[in-house]
Design a protein around this ligand. Structure first.
Ligand SMILES: NC(=O)c1ccc[n+]([C@@H]2O[C@H](COP(=O)([O-])OP(=O)(O)OC[C@H]3O[C@@H](n4cnc5c(N)ncnc54)[C@H](OP(=O)(O)O)[C@@H]3O)[C@@H](O)[C@H]2O)c1
Length: 320
């Protein structure tokens, strides 16, 4: 278990993503996925108020609603650490004080709880003064609706700015950062975010740990990608070098008798600053491979091989 320094909770080193809930998994499958994750030792669930609005017929909030039903039926609220995000729900777009407060009230209702363990600003909103956004997060924290502040998709400069405002006003600093980071996409992280993470001891909880499935090894051609419901998310990784990196990953995984997905998460888990990669499972059978990544130790030589293929990739920042 890992600790967020200012969050009084131990977290399992693999965070269950939930943008699949109400999308590629219906409610019954989603609940079975959470059951399998928790039965396997997991306690850290990542959602957002807008998941999964992009599905025809959805309005946003379906993922939180499913998590709320699960927590209620299992009497599990105090056994799980819930991270959600605000700023992108169609009814509460952006990070003004009123949007944030409206979004959080709706998240609490959907999840049938009175607190959120970690609330991330889903992405920067340069149209609102950062002072207003940071103050609104701190107000919620002092009121007890949220326990800790996180940032997602922020640049290093804007993290600096948020910290400066927090310190000047006596706000609690953000403790967690959720960036796009995986074996195929790391240049922006290393160049722009690494210094801020070290400066503020941020707990890194990277998303797209499996590169939306690319790192499971099941996409081996352009046609495979184009036929996936995740085609738009997979597009960013497409290159000959990425397919070559997957070949290396498959090789490393085979030496351990594990799946490429497990090996990809085992690599990510030991990157400096990372406390728990986020990965999701569309089906309950996929959960075991995610959990197994917390028990796999790749050798220094294997990590070096993966670092080398990863460094050769042409993507990693431009499209974040
Ligand atoms: N902060 C942000 O802006 C942001 C953005 C995106 C995501 N996130 C968070 O990160 C989480 C993870 O993102 P993601 O789900 O898009 O990507 P991901 O974790 O990189 O990929 C997960 C997908 O890979 C496939 N998969 C998993 N295990 C597998 C296995 N053993 N074999 C074959 N396929 C397997 C499944 O999809 P299929 O079976 O459908 O192929 C699964 O849904 C999200 O749920 C969300 O919580 C945050």
């Amino acid at each position: 278990m890992q600790n967020f320094s200012t969050l009084d909770a131990s977290i399992y080193p693999l965070c269950l993503g939930s943008n699949t809930f109400g999308w590629t998994s219906d409610e019954a499958e989603s609940r079975a996925v959470i059951d399998a994750y928790v039965e396997g030792g997991g306690n850290f669930i990542d959602t957002a108020d807008n998941y999964s609005w992009w599905v025809d017929g959805n309005v946003g909030g379906e993922s939180e609603t499913i998590i709320g039903h699960w927590m209620r039926d299992r009497s599990a609220r105090d056994r799980v650490v819930i991270a959600t995000k605000c700023g992108r729900h169609p009814d509460f777009l952006g990070l003004s004080r009123s949007s944030i407060r409206g979004a959080v009230a709706a998240s609490l209702r959907r999840m049938e709880t009175d607190y959120i363990d970690v609330l991330y600003a889903h992405r920067d909103d340069p149209t609102v003064p950062l002072e207003e956004t940071a103050a609104a997060f701190d107000e919620l924290r002092r009121e007890g609706s949220i326990r800790a502040v996180g940032l997602s998709n922020y640049s290093g400069a804007r993290i600096d700015e948020w910290m400066r405002i927090a310190d000047a006003n006596g706000f609690a600093r953000p403790v967690a950062l959720q960036p796009h980071l995986n074996l195929l996409f790391r240049r922006e992280f290393e160049a722009d975010l690494r210094p801020a993470i070290e400066r503020y001891s941020l707990a890194v909880v990277p998303y797209f740990g499996l590169a939306s499935g690319f790192l499971t090894g099941k996409y081996r051609s352009r046609a495979d990608i184009d036929s996936s419901p995740r085609a738009s998310m997979l597009e960013v990784y497409y290159s000959d070098e990425a397919f070559a990196a997957v070949e290396t990953l498959v090789d490393v995984a085979a030496a351990h008798g594990i799946s490429p997905a497990t090996a990809a998460l085992a690599w990510l888990r030991v990157q400096s600053g990372v406390v728990a990669p986020v990965a999701s499972a569309s089906r309950v059978e996929q959960v075991a491979g995610l959990l197994e990544s917390t028990r796999v130790e790749l050798s220094p030589e294997e990590l070096q091989r993966l670092d080398t293929v990863s460094a050769a990739l042409p993507v990693g920042g431009e499209d974040a």
